[in-house]
Ligand binder design. Structure first.
Ligand SMILES: CC/C=C\C/C=C\C[C@@H](O)/C=C/C=C/C=C\[C@@H](O)CCCC(=O)O
Ligand SMILES: [Zn+2]
Length: 672
C-alpha cells in the first residue's frame, strides 16, 4: 500500500526533486555504492548487487521505516540490510507516471536503525532489455562488425534503469565497481581503473573501478566493446574501436592543453585521469561529461581538430556540473550555462584570440532563438517547471545559451577580471555539493556586496520569464566576412548580381558555419521558407558542401537545401541521418524534411526503416518531432489498421469524405 513519505510531500509541493521517488531526507541518504555486476550480451542484461552505505536521517527527520530507491525496468530479486534479509516493496507513487519515473523500491529497515547511523543496504537485481540507460549494439552497428558493444547514457533520469539508486542529482555517492565481462571486451567506467582486468579462465574477465569523488548517479557510466587506446598525455588517453583509434588520437590531441587552460581558469583538476572514448555513431549527443571518461560522438572526427571544442565543453564540466552540480534538473542551466561560459573561455585562450568568445557566442544565440521558437513556452524559462515531464522533453539550448547570456550579463556588469575571480570562488565554495539558482544568486550578491552596479539586476526576469532574454551585443568582427558572404548569396538568390566568387577554402569551420547560420537566420527573420534551389545548387558547385566530411557544415547546408526544396540534397541528408544518430543533427533534419514538400514521405519511411539504429532517447524524440506514435508507425492505432501514414493524409481523406458525402446528398435530393 502507498503511504506518502515526508519526501513525497516535499516533492508534491515542489520543494524537492520532482523527478526522483527516493527519500534521502526522511528514510536514508546513500553516500557510497559498491556495485558488483556481470554483463551479458546474449540476454542484454546487467545483473548483480548494488550495496549502498545509507545514512539514517537525524532524530525527528527519520519518519520512514524504509529507504526508497528509484527503480525502472529492473527486476529486484532480494534485499538485505546489514547482511540480514530485508523486506522490500516496489511501489507506484501517485502522480508519478511509471513509464517516465518508474517505481519506488522501498527496502524496510530494522527497528534498531538509529538516527545518524550508517546501514548497508544490498539489492540483488537485474536490468532488462528495456532499460533505457543502456544501448546494446549488435556487431553490425560497430566499426569492426565482429563484436557487440554497449554504452550507457544516464543523464538525466536513466540511471534508475541501470541500477536501483537515489536518482536525484543532490544525492552524491562515491563508488567502487567490480564488473564481469567476456574476456574479449574492454570495460570502461566513469571512474579510475584499480588494476588490470583479471582473466577468470572461463571466457570471462573481471574489471575493477573506483570513483573516490562523490558523484550524482547520472554520472555513472559504462562503455564496453572491442576497444583500443592511445596515450595523449600523462593523464589523458583516448579510446575507440581499433579502426579509428589513431584518427581519434589526432583529433583530440589538444586535450591536455584544454585541461591546463581550464585549470588555470578554475581549480586544480580533481578527478585524476581525463580520458575520452569515441563511441559508435548512434550515440545521441555530441559528448557526455562522464567523470574521468568523456563520451563523444564520432561526428566530431572532421580530420582537422575543428570540432574539438566539444571536448573543451566536456572538460569544463569537470568543474561546472560534475564538481558543482545542479541541485535538481530545474537548475540545469547552472551545469550548462556555466559550462558554455568556461568552454568559450578555454577556446578563446587556446586560439589566442579573445574575440573568439563573442564569435562563438553568436552561434549560441542562434541556437537559443531557434529553440525558443520551437519549445512550449514553459520550457523557455531558465528555471522551467518540469512537473510530471521527462527532463529529456525539456532539454534544449535554453539552459545552455540563456544560462550563458545571464552569466555574461553579470560579467559585463562587474568586469571580466572580477567575474573570473568570482567563478573560481564559486567553484571552491560549492565543489562536491549541489547548488540551486537561488543559492547562486545569494552567493553572487554576497561576493559583490556593496557594489551598487549589481543592484538593478533583474534576477526574476532572467530566472522566470519565458522567451528570449534581452538581445545581447557581441563583438561581431570575426563574423563580418562570413556575414558579408551570406548577404552576397542572399542577394544572388533575389536575382541581384552574380554568384559570389570569394574563396573560402582557407576559412575555419567556425567561419563557414557562421556564414551558413547567417543565411538561415536571415531567411527566418524575413519569414522566408528558404532560398531557391538554384542558389543551393550554385553554392554546392562552388563549395562542395554536400560532400563535406565536417558534420557541422553538412548539417547546416542540408537544412538550407531542404528549405530550398532542392531534391539533390535528399540522398545526402538521408545518408547523413542514417549513419549517425546525434540528436543535434538528426532531429532538425527530420523536422525539416517532414515540413518540406519533397521530403515528408522519405522522412517517415526512413525513420521507420532505421528506427532500431537510433538510441532510445533519439527514437522517442524524433517520433514526437514527426508526430508519429510511440511505435513510429504514424497515426493512431486505428489509422495504422487503415494503413494511413500521417495526419496530413488523414485530413485529405476527411476532406474527400465530406466532398463525397456532399455529392451523394446532392444527388439524392435531385432524385426526390
Ligand atoms: C531544463 C532541462 C532539464 C533537464 C535536462 C537534463 C538532461 C537532459 C537529457 O536529455 C540529457 C542531456 C545530455 C546532454 C549531453 C550532452 C550535451 O551537451 C550535448 C549537446 C548537443 C550536442 O552537441 O549533440
Ligand atoms: Zn554540457
Amino acid at each position: 500500500m502507498f503511504v506518502a513519505t515526508a519526501d513525497d510531500k516535499a516533492r508534491a509541493s515542489n520543494s524537492l526533486d520532482v523527478t526522483s521517488l527516493s527519500n534521502p531526507s526522511s528514510g536514508g541518504r546513500c553516500t557510497h555504492l559498491e556495485l558488483k555486476v556481470e554483463l551479458n550480451f546474449s540476454t542484454k542484461t546487467i545483473a548483480g548487487t548494488a550495496t549502498y552505505d545509507v545514512e539514517i536521517p537525524k532524530e525527528g527527520d527519520n519518519t520512514d521505516n524504509f529507504v526508497s530507491f528509484d527503480c525502472k525496468d529492473l527486476i529486484v530479486n532480494h534485499t538485505t540490510v546489514n547482511g540480514g534479509v530485508a523486506k522490500f516493496d516496489l511501489v507506484t507513487v501517485p502522480n508519478m507516471d511509471v513509464s517516465t519515473f518508474g517505481k519506488s523500491l522501498r527496502v524496510y529497515l530494522p527497528s534498531n536503525a538509529a538516527p545518524l547511523s550508517t546501514v548497508k543496504v544490498s539489492i540483488d537485481y537485474s536490468t532488462t532489455p528495456q532499460s533505457s540507460a543502456i544501448q546494446w549494439l549488435p556487431p553490425e552497428q560497430t566499426l569492426g562488425k565482429k563484436r557487440p558493444y554497449l554504452f550507457t547514457q544516464c543523464q538525466a533520469i536513466h540511471a534508475r534503469t541501470l541500477l536501483p539508486c537515489q536518482d536525484a542529482p543532490a544525492v552524491k555517492v562515491t563508488y567502487k565497481a567490480t564488473v564481469t565481462t567476456p574476456t574479449w571486451a574492454t570495460c570502461l567506467m566513469s571512474a579510475l581503473s584499480v588494476s588490470s582486468p583479471t582473466d577468470k579462465g572461463d571466457g570471462k574477465s573481471v574489471h575493477m573501478w573506483d570513483q573516490p569523488v562523490p558523484v550524482s548517479t547520472y554520472l555513472i557510466a559504462f562503455c564496453v566493446g572491442e576497444l583500443e587506446s592511445r596515450e595523449i598525455s600523462g593523464r589523458c588517453r583516448v579510446w575507440a574501436e581499433p579502426g579509428i583509434v589513431d584518427a581519434v588520437a589526432y583529433e583530440f590531441a589538444e586535450t591536455e592543453q584544454f585541461l591546463k587552460i581550464a585549470e588555470d581558469l578554475t581549480l586544480p583538476y580533481q578527478w585524476g585521469r581525463y580520458d575520452v572514448v569515441s563511441l559508435p555513431p548512434s550515440f545521441p549527443y555530441g559528448g557526455m561529461e562522464n567523470p574521468c571518461l568523456t563520451f563523444v560522438t564520432p561526428t566530431l572526427l572532421a580530420g582537422d581538430r575543428s570540432l574539438a571544442d566539444v571536448v573543451a565543453h566536456e572538460i569544463a564540466h569537470s568543474w561546472t556540473g560534475n564538481l558543482v552540480t545542479n541541485a535538481t534538473w530545474e537548475h540545469f542551466w547552472l551545469n550548462e550555462g556555466w559550462t558554455m561560459w568556461l568552454q568559450r573561455k578555454i577556446m578563446a585562450r587556446q586560439k589566442n584570440d579573445v574575440k573568439f568568445f563573442d564569435f562563438d557566442a553568436i552561434g549560441g544565440w542562434k541556437h537559443l532563438t531557434d529553440d525558443v521558437a520551437l519549445l512550449p513556452e514553459d520550457f523557455t524559462r531558465l528555471i522551467p517547471k518540469i512537473g510530471g515531464s521527462d527532463p529529456d522533453d525539456a532539454f534544449s539550448g535554453v539552459p545552455y545559451e540563456k544560462g550563458f547570456n545571464l552569466l555574461i550579463s553579470l560579467e559585463r556588469i562587474v568586469g571580466t577580471p572580477a567575474f573570473e575571480d568570482f567563478a573560481k570562488a564559486y567553484l571552491k565554495r560549492f565543489k562536491f555539493v549541489t547548488v540551486t539558482s537561488q543559492e547562486f544568486k545569494t552567493y553572487f550578491e554576497s561576493y559583490f556586496a556593496g557594489q551598487e552596479k549589481i543592484a538593478g539586476f533583474d534576477w526574476d526576469r532572467w530566472f522566470h520569464l519565458p522567451g528570449l532574454p534581452p538581445t545581447p551585443t557581441f563583438d561581431r568582427s570575426l563574423a563580418q566576412t562570413s556575414e558579408d558572404l551570406g548577404n552576397a548569396w542572399l542577394s544572388f538568390d533575389m536575382g541581384k548580381g552574380a554568384a559570389p566568387s570569394a574563396d573560402i577554402s582557407e576559412w575555419t569551420t567556425n567561419q563557414t558555419t557562421c556564414f551558413l547560420d547567417f543565411m538561415l537566420v536571415t531567411l527566418e527573420k524575413q519569414g522566408k521558407g528558404g532560398v531557391k534551389s538554384n542558389t543551393t545548387r550554385s553554392m554546392d558547385r562552388i563549395y562542395n558542401f554536400s560532400s563535406s566530411k565536417n558534420s557541422e557544415i553538412l548539417h547546416r547546408f542540408s537544412l538550407l537545401s531542404i528549405g530550398a526544396e532542392d531534391s539533390a540534397i535528399l540522398p545526402v541528408v538521408l545518408e547523413f541521418i542514417t549513419t549517425q544518430g546525434r540528436m543535434k543533427f538528426v532531429r532538425p533534419c527530420y523536422r525539416a524534411l517532414y515540413a518540406s514538400k519533397m521530403g515528408r514521405k522519405a522522412a517517415i519511411a526512413t525513420f521507420k526503416e532505421n528506427r532500431s539504429f537510433y538510441h532510445a532517447i533519439a527514437q522517442k524524440m524524433v517520433a514526437s518531432d514527426m508526430k508519429l506514435d510511440e511505435e513510429g508507425q504514424g497515426g493512431s492505432g486505428v489509422l495504422k489498421v487503415l494503413g494511413i501514414e500521417d495526419r496530413q493524409e488523414l485530413l485529405l481523406i476527411g476532406v474527400l469524405g465530406v466532398a463525397v458525402a456532399g455529392a451523394l446528398m446532392y444527388m439524392k435530393s435531385k432524385r426526390k
